[in-house]
Design a protein around this ligand. Structure first.
Ligand code: GLN
Length: 208
């Protein structure tokens, strides 16, 4: 079985733990480098990216996270978690750090103050079934993606139509919205599957 961690510095950690468990994974909080070593994949929750950045630094997690993500550990970030996976952050605090993993520029709080929170249908490439009822809460959007980045989903209606809100680069996946806050477990199941497949591959390599 696969063990998926949830970075438990700040944010909606519990909701992701529950979603991962119902998606068939063993889910664990990750707050220290030793705990990071024990998981096969990691979720970075929604919350506040400036706080997650500050706490990751204080807990000595910046380097360990950058190394494991850089080495291809499957990782999924929602909302603030998407910001943490970006190589470039606009409208961030000057000292705000990210872990990298997806070559993209994201803009924090991009949808504007008038629409702090909203729900909109979003289709995710590769995840079958109806559109997600995507919940956006002071969400970022993606303004630029690098060559290796696959766009998985965009806003389809309203003033922000066409904006990129779901991306993937290799084993790193990010969404601007929060599937953990709805009963829809398709994205967590899809991610747990990605973790499982990448485990199988690493066992193949080690000849096990
Ligand atoms: N605005 C938050 C940030 O910049 C993200 C909000 C969220 O995760 N719901 O980190």
């Amino acid at each position: 079985e696969v063990t998926v961690g949830v970075l438990a510095l700040q944010g909606d950690v519990r909701e992701h733990l529950l979603a991962l468990t119902s998606a068939g994974a063993t889910a664990r909080r990750v707050r220290r480098a030793e705990e990071l070593e024990q998981v096969d994949g990691l979720v970075i929750p929604g919350g506040e990216s400036t706080t997650i950045s500050k706490l990751a630094d204080e807990f000595g997690l910046l380097d360990p996270l950058r190394k494991r993500i850089g080495a291809g550990m499957p990782v999924y970030g929602s909302c603030a978690g998407m910001i943490m996976l970006a190589t470039e952050v606009l409208d961030g605090r000057p000292d705000q750090q990210s872990f990298g993993g997806i070559e993209m520029t994201v803009r924090r709080n991009a949808f504007g103050r008038q629409v702090d929170s909203f729900e909109a249908p979003v289709e995710i490439a590769g995840v079958p079934g109806p559109s997600f009822s995507a919940v956006f809460i002071r969400a970022p959007w993606v303004e630029r993606v690098g060559d290796g980045v696959e766009v998985l989903g965009r806003v389809t209606g309203g003033p922000a139509a066409g904006r990129i809100v779901a991306v993937r680069q290799g084993n790193a996946v990010a969404t601007s919205f929060h599937p953990e806050l709805t009963g829809d477990r398709r994205l967590h199941r899809w991610f747990v599957d990605l973790v499982r497949r990448s485990e199988d591959r690493s066992e193949d390599r080690s000849g096990a």
